[in-house]
Ligand binder design. Structure first.
Ligand code: GAL
Length: 442
């Protein structure tokens, strides 16, 4: 049997990603708290509740586990509604909490990556129309300036917005996120304000911190034409690429905003990224379908052979990671995989998913792509938005009643990879033997 290690570049960042509302608990002053209180919005009527109890200090336990397991970075988000509970008020105590976390991370040897907006808005922003309101980017800039001024000595890597392209679709097209609209006009307004919000945040960060690295984190879904010879399938695939993956990135490239039949130009957005942040989970095969104008004349299905996650939310198709990395490479900037992972309470799929997707990341790095880091979603099970607690993405299992954490096998695999700065045949044989022959063919 072959013995080998796929070695990653020196200085590679290995971490997990979390988001404030999903782990902190007791967030009562944001739009998600209001949304969770409405009957029928979240599966099983779940609520974030105490979440992973990070606000009471349990971040330390999780991040200690992460550091002990060889991780050298962590991506987390600062909750806007805590720092700015009202338009004219700062909560310095909330900033102290994040300062403590940053100090703790430094002690543990974890490089922080800080997200400034991960889906949640303060209730007062929500009540004035959220991202549909042109004032929202202005308030967001104030918040960003406050946070960056406070933490610029501790943080160099910033994520302005998490998955703004996904947020627009979920909130204004599918209606599964607050405000639950299905309205293309509202979606376009919100999209433009998110682009403006990102742009002002990027400029503010650089204003305050010359050597900062800032960008947004893109929701990237990989699309492949169902049939390789059909020009119509190729066209359908291209149109989904444009409307799902490129709607935000095009605006950052050249200021052009195109969504459905709407168009606009936002000059201040041009060039506002220092790296490419990719969040890749799943892929689709796409075919042209004349009877589905609402879905841009496309049908999607799971690639053959791709294993489905527990609730059918994610399929394991590592070639999608390769496609995402190839796409990201066009910008000639450093690339970070800011999220990737799978829901799997029994941890039967996660080890092979992890090993195979990381193998694709390694291949890209080996071909000299500037891939600088990987953040697994997530360290510990947490509140999964409209899917509530029905999906479990953690390397560690959480019993949310007792707050007890239990290590999953995938935590061992990821620890072996982080500590080795590489994927060894030994680790794959031990923790993901089902894909050994794929990764290490003899
Ligand atoms: C991403 C999102 C995360 C997390 C993950 C898994 O889209 O940024 O917050 O929920 O999906 O569902």
């Amino acid at each position: 049997m072959p013995e080998a290690t796929y070695q990653f570049p020196e200085g590679f960042l290995w971490g997990t990603a979390t988001a404030a509302h999903q782990v902190e608990g007791q967030n009562t002053n944001n739009n998600w708290a209001a949304w969770e209180a409405e009957p029928g919005r979240i599966i099983n009527g779940d609520k974030a509740g105490l979440a992973c109890d990070w606000w009471n200090g349990r971040w330390e336990e999780d991040l200690k586990n992460a550091a002990r397991d060889g991780q050298n970075a962590h991506r987390f988000s600062v909750e806007w509604s805590r720092v700015m509970p009202a338009p004219d008020r700062w909560d310095e105590g909330a900033l102290d909490h994040y300062r403590e976390m940053l100090k703790g991370m430094r002690r543990l040897g974890l490089t922080p990556v800080v997200t400034l907006h991960h889906f949640t808005d303060p209730l007062w922003i929500y009540e004035m129309g959220g991202w549909e309101n042109n004032q929202t980017p202005i308030y967001f800039e104030k918040f960003v300036r406050k946070v960056v001024a406070a933490f610029k000595d501790e943080v160099k890597l910033w994520v302005t917005l998490n998955e703004p392209n996904g947020l627009v679709v979920n909130s204004y097209v599918e209606g599964s996120f607050p405000p639950g609209k299905k309205d293309f006009k509202a979606a376009f307004r919100a999209l433009k304000n998110l682009i403006r919000g990102h742009a002002v945040a990027w400029h503010a960060i650089h204003d305050l911190q010359a050597d900062a690295m800032a960008s947004y984190a893109l929701y990237y879904r990989a699309f492949f034409p169902k049939s390789n010879w059909s020009p119509l399938d190729a066209l359908a695939t291209k149109s989904l690429m444009g409307s799902v993956n490129e709607v935000f990135s095009n605006a950052i490239k050249d200021g052009q905003v195109k969504f459905a039949l709407f168009k606009d130009f936002i000059r201040e957005a041009v060039g506002t990224q220092d790296y490419v942040g990719i969040q890749y989970y799943s892929s689709d095969l796409v075919s042209f379908t004349p009877f589905k104008p609402g879905e841009l004349f496309t049908s999607r299905c799971c690639p053959p052979g791709a294993e489905m996650s527990e609730t059918g939310f994610i399929n394991s198709f590592p070639d999608g990671m390769t496609q995402a990395l190839k796409w990201a490479r066009q910008f000639r900037l450093p690339i970070y995989i800011t999220e990737n992972g799978v829901e799997d309470s029994k941890d039967t799929l996660r080890p092979s998913y992890l090993a195979q997707h990381l193998h694709k990341v390694w291949r890209a790095a080996n071909f000299n792509y500037q891939v600088k880091g990987y953040f697994h979603w997530s360290q510990v099970d947490n509140f999964e938005w409209e899917r509530g607690w029905s999906q479990r993405f953690g390397l560690w299992k959480l019993d949310k009643e007792t707050q007890k954490r239990t290590r999953r096998r995938s935590a061992d695999l990821y620890a072996a990879i982080c500590k080795e700065n590489g994927i060894s045949s030994e680790a794959v044989r031990k923790y993901a033997p089902e894909v050994f022959d794929i990764l290490f063919p003899s």
